[in-house]
Every structure is written in C-alpha cells, then in structure tokens.
Write a protein that binds this ligand. Sequence first.
Ligand SMILES: Nc1ncnc2c1ncn2[C@@H]1O[C@H](COP(=O)(O)OP(=O)(O)OP(=O)(O)O)[C@@H](O)[C@H]1O
Ligand SMILES: [Mg+2]
Length: 452
Amino acid sequence: MDEKKTYLLSKVGSLTPRQIVKELDKYIIGQDKAKRAVAIALRNRFRRQMVDEELREEIMPNNIIMIGPTGVGKTEIAKRLARLAEAPFMKVEASKFTEVGYVGRDVESMVRDLTSFSVNMVKSSKSEEVKKKAKKRAEERLLDLLLPSSKQAVIDKDNMKQTREKLQELLHNGVLKKRMVEIDTEEAAASFTAVIPQIGMEEIDINFREMIENILPKKKRTRKVTVEDAEKILIQEETQKLIDMDAVINEAKLKVENSGIIFIDELDKIAGKGYKSGPDVSRSGVQRDLLPIIEGSTVMTKYGFVRTHHILFIAAGAFNMTKPSDLIPELQGRFPIRVELNSLTEDDFKRILVEPENALIKQYTALLNTENEKITFTPDAIGQIAHYAATVNENAENIGARRLHTIMSALLEDYLFDIPDVHFGDIKITKEIIENKLKDLVEDEDLSKYIL
Ligand SMILES: Nc1ncnc2c1ncn2[C@@H]1O[C@H](COP(=O)(O)OP(=O)(O)OP(=O)(O)O)[C@@H](O)[C@H]1O
Ligand SMILES: [Mg+2]
C-alpha cells in the first residue's frame, strides 16, 4: 500500500494539532491538557503514515489514559475526536467484558464491532457516491413496472416512448406515489440469524452466519407495494449492485487498521489486584486479555483478519478507588500518556451553558422555538444556573456537567409542560425567576439529592 493512498484514507491529515484543539474547543470547555494529548496522538498517526514503510511499522500509537471525575468531558472528547478524524470509532466499557473462557463478551469483540462499524461507514459513503446513478436505474426499472407491456410492444415504438416520458413526468411530480405496483424482492430464507442470540452463540460472527445464510435458498417473493415504497426498495437494490463490497471491505479494514479508535471507558473498574475469589477474580484476566489487542495482534472478524497494531486506544476512568498503577504493569506500559481532567468550576459551567455548539441553552431555545416560543436568558440567569449547579455538586454528589441537565430540566419543567396549550410569547428567564423556582430545592440537601 503506497503512502498516498493511506494518506487519502485519513482526511484528518490536513488538521494540525492546533486546529484539532480548536475544533474540540467548539464542544468542550477547558480540559486543555487532554485536548492537547489527543491532538498530538491524532497528528502522530498522520505523521506515521508519511514515514518510510519499514519504520512505519515500528511506530506505535500514543495510547492515552484520561483520568478525571465523572461528567467532565472524557467521553465527549473521545467522541468529538473520532468525528473529526472521520475514523471508525468504538466505545466500550471495560467492565462489560469477561475473561476468555467465562460466559460473556470477550475483548476481541471490540475489534469485530469496530470493523463492522467501519464497513457500514465506508458502505454508506459509497452509497452516497452512487446515489444518483442508483436512483436513475431504479427509476428505469420502475417505469418498466408501470409499463408492463414495454417488452412486447415493438409495434408502436414512438407511442411507447411518449407514454414512458409522460409516466416519468408523473413520477417526478409525485402523482403516482400511491399507485400500486408489483415487485419481486429477495429475502433470506428462514431467519437463521434470529435464532442465534437465544442459543447463546452470539460469537459465531465469523463468516459462519453468512455462510449458512448463503447456502439456504433465497426466497423470491412478489409483493404489491406503492410506487413510493417500490422506489425505495429498488434504489436500495440498485445501490447494492453498484457497490463493490470487496472493495468496501478492504477499505474498511484499512481504515480500522490505520485510523481506528477504540475508547475504553471505565478502565479503573478493571484495575485492582489481589483479588482471589468472587466476581473480581476475572478483572486481571480481562486486563491480560486486553494486552495482546492493545500491543498488536490479529483478530479474526467476519470480514477477515484485522491487525490491531496501530489502532489508537483511549482509555478513561475516574480512578478514585484505584490508580493507574493498579493496572497490570504490561498494560500500564501500553498507555504511555496520562492526562488528568479537571473538575469543572462555576465559571466553566457558565461557559458550558452557552458556548459549545450543542450548548444546553441553545438546545432548549431551539426546542421551544419549534412551538413558536422565544426564550431568552439574562447573563445573571446563566450565572445563577451555574452557581446552583456548582452548589449542588458540592453538597450532594459531584456529577460534573451532567448537573446542568438536571438543573435545566427542573427549571424549565413547567414551561415544557404548559407549552403549547399555553402561549407565552417572549419568555425571559431572569435570576429572580431561577431563585424563585430553585432556591428551596437547592438549599434543601435532602430534596436536591432526589430532584436535582
Ligand atoms: N468540559 C466540558 N465542556 C462541555 N461540555 C461538557 C464538558 N464536560 C462534560 N460536558 C457535558 O456533560 C455531559 C457528560 O460528559 P461526558 O460524557 O464527557 O462525561 P465523562 O467525563 O465521560 O464522565 P463518566 O466518567 O461518567 O463517563 C456531556 O453531555 C457533555 O457534553
Ligand atoms: Mg464517560
């Protein structure tokens, strides 16, 4: 595989670390150290792809552990990063896995899932590419269906052509939407896949399932559907035909191997040593199982073998009961970069409420806007919400920015319920309104524990 092609696979190549941080700034307030670390890790994989082949193999990804309390942006950073990189991304929870040999999900499934995700990703981008063509072909077939005599009618070709053109026009105008047509569809025979979860064979992913499905005869069925539905079905069929699945799978695997990102959440939950019995006995087992995947191994997926050597792993955890040093040493070594995320302050909350592209205030404004209500918040009001969030986090439990969600929904509940039966017009949320609504709740520790 030549460099150029690998380079093209990762569009993120064009983003410098500074630009990556700038993009992340659009969604995450603060946490500069973590942003820097992930930006460097991402840029390094681009750099790696530019290196001569021999050395390229040797360059390992900068796997990262993000340490920080709950709700401060760990998952958010990883998620935004993946979107930015247009890379296959998978989020898994370390605590969900069980040691090989025990009942449950084994760690290799994360690579299989990532690969399937990547295949879907590439497939949908290819579908987008052939969309126009598929649509055109589907239309031709639809016209054939609507003009069933077209094959015999050699006699009056001109007339035929005219009718076809007229039909085409009607089709475009949507006049024929509800007309019924008969189409042939293919369906997999007796749904074998549906049985699998019940017999606990979720893991027979590997080719086997598809093999069986291919062996079983496909059922052809003639169905009567509306033109509207027929068009959808035909477009799908034509898209399927236009896409070269082998090429899709190859590209998807390359993407996984060179730019895949696996985010392992709750890594702290599998840290800890010295367990001799009970449910914890498999924790270090899971860690040991993780090791080869993170160090680089080859995993069998239903799309063939996938190498994990250059997948970027980002782990996260609160690490309040355990420390990264409680992980088995080999695993610690595979995560050379540690970044700490800070607890969020009242000032951070103020900014989080309004600045991110998906800021809560923007969300609620848009929601109420759909009901023709205009809601605005005075700067004082924003400050007050942030203040209450910080207070409750301090007095009850610190759940980070998630606290803003609970406060906002308690604050706006009445409006959200009354609208649209009551029309308010201009809703102006001031500091006083917030105090009236939430003061007692915030100050009563017992009450706020339940409601906020
Ligand atoms: N620094 C931040 N800037 C903007 N929004 C944030 C920030 N931190 C958290 N949020 C928001 O709070 C919510 C929870 O954040 P996130 O999922 O990243 O938490 P986390 O750190 O992964 O916590 P956990 O340890 O519980 O998994 C998200 O909706 C996110 O958008
Ligand atoms: Mg998280």
